[in-house]
Write a protein that binds this ligand. Structure first.
Ligand code: NAX
Length: 327
């Protein structure tokens, strides 16, 4: 029998995980491969997490071999092959950006160190918790024995948001769209790129043929969608964030579809002028569990300036966490 894939998920009693865990357990991530879930929470949330585990039990998912919970990352991450770092400290009213970075720094330095010590050598770490790119950088820097390529951050939700906004504008199915890219930071500065996207094989920006719509409607709608969801729902996006987390990890493990790419925030190798080491979103393909940044795309002046602005924000965040001594 096949050894179960050990999957760590943090923030397991939170709202994203209330969708995510059930998607993973039902096979959306790895099909019918046996899995073991390792769920991390902070101590006060362990009781709520026990309730979530009761519900997982009550689904009687056949692929779930074992579920373990705990508040010690060194125990929970022991031997894990996949780690989805969802739990983070949300920004509260009156909190400065520095406060947010240091609160999350404490979480992601500890989790990076624990992964370094006890995770499987081939561990793939995907950070969803915000600020996702910089949290992934912090975790990676605190895990010097794990190759940087094994740390990603999530921009797939932004990617999916861009697909649907474009599909609705053109009155086509999302299936007609390929080669969508989110560049940069998972933040309001992100750049969803229609100039390299295709709709039924034709250039998306040319089909839209409306630069004002791209600049004043499409980009802000995608970039500020999280705030719009909070405004409408009274809670931040959870099911869609869970869906994107599953899709990113699934594609990273099983590969991207032939002839297309996806958006993944990965450590820059200097591609497209993004400073090496920053965890920035790029168009990526995956084969045999290894991603590659798609090379050779053309960037017009508009795209270049948008990418530069988002990357500048990532540089600022890196400088801030360096000054805080987190990396
Ligand atoms: P919730 O506040 O519902 O859940 C977070 C959970 O994390 C809580 O149960 C908390 O106890 C736990 N937690 C906190 N510190 C922890 C630690 N050190 N170890 C383990 N668990 C810990 O938030 P939720 O709505 O689930 O969102 C989680 C994170 O995802 C937030 O940072 C949020 O900003 C981020 N998001 C990221 C998105 C993305 O596309 N990258 C989109 C959705 C979401 O906004």
């Amino acid at each position: 029998t096949e050894a179960p894939v050990k999957i760590a998920v943090t923030g397991a009693a939170g709202q994203i995980c209330y969708s995510l865990l059930f998607r993973i357990a039902s096979g959306s991530l790895l099909g019918d491969r046996p899995i073991e879930l390792r769920l991390l929470e902070i101590t006060p949330a362990l009781k709520a997490l026990e309730g979530v585990v009761m519900e997982l039990d009550d689904c009687a998912f056949g692929n779930v071999v074992n579920i373990e919970i705990g508040d010690d990352p060194k125990k929970v991450f022991d031997g894990v092959n996949l780690a989805m770092l969802v739990g983070a400290m949300p920004r509260k009213a009156g909190m400065e950006r520095g406060d947010l970075l240091s609160a999350n720094g404490a979480i992601f330095t500890a989790q990076g160190k624990a992964l370094n010590e006890v995770a499987a050598d081939d561990v793939k770490v995907l950070v969803t918790g915000n600020p996702a790119n910089t949290n992934a950088l912090i975790a990676s820097k605190n895990a010097p024995d794990i190759p940087v390529e094994q740390f990603n951050a999530l921009t797939r939700l932004d990617h999916n948001r861009a697909l649907t906004q474009l599909a609705q504008k053109l009155g086509v199915s999302v299936n007609a769209i390929s080669h969508m890219t989110i560049w940069g930071n998972h933040s309001a500065t992100q750049y969803p790129d229609l100039f390299n996207a295709l709709v039924d094989g034709k250039n998306a920006a040319e089909l839209v043929d409306d630069q004002a719509w791209i600049e004043s409607t499409f980009i802000p709608t995608v970039a500020k969608r999280g705030a719009a969801i909070i405004e409408a729902r009274g809670l931040s996006s959870a099911a869609s964030a869970a869906n994107a987390t599953v899709e990113h990890m699934r594609d990273w493990v099983l590969g991207t579809p032939e002839g297309d790419w996806v958006s993944m925030a990965v450590p820059s190798d200097g591609s497209y002028g993004v400073p090496e080491g920053l965890i920035s979103s790029f168009p990526c393909t995956v084969k045999d569990g290894k991603y590659e940044i798609v090379q050779g795309l053309e960037l017009n002046d508009f795209s270049r300036s948008k990418i530069d602005a988002s990357v500048a924000e990532l540089v600022d965040e890196r400088n801030a966490v360096t000054e805080l001594g987190l990396i």
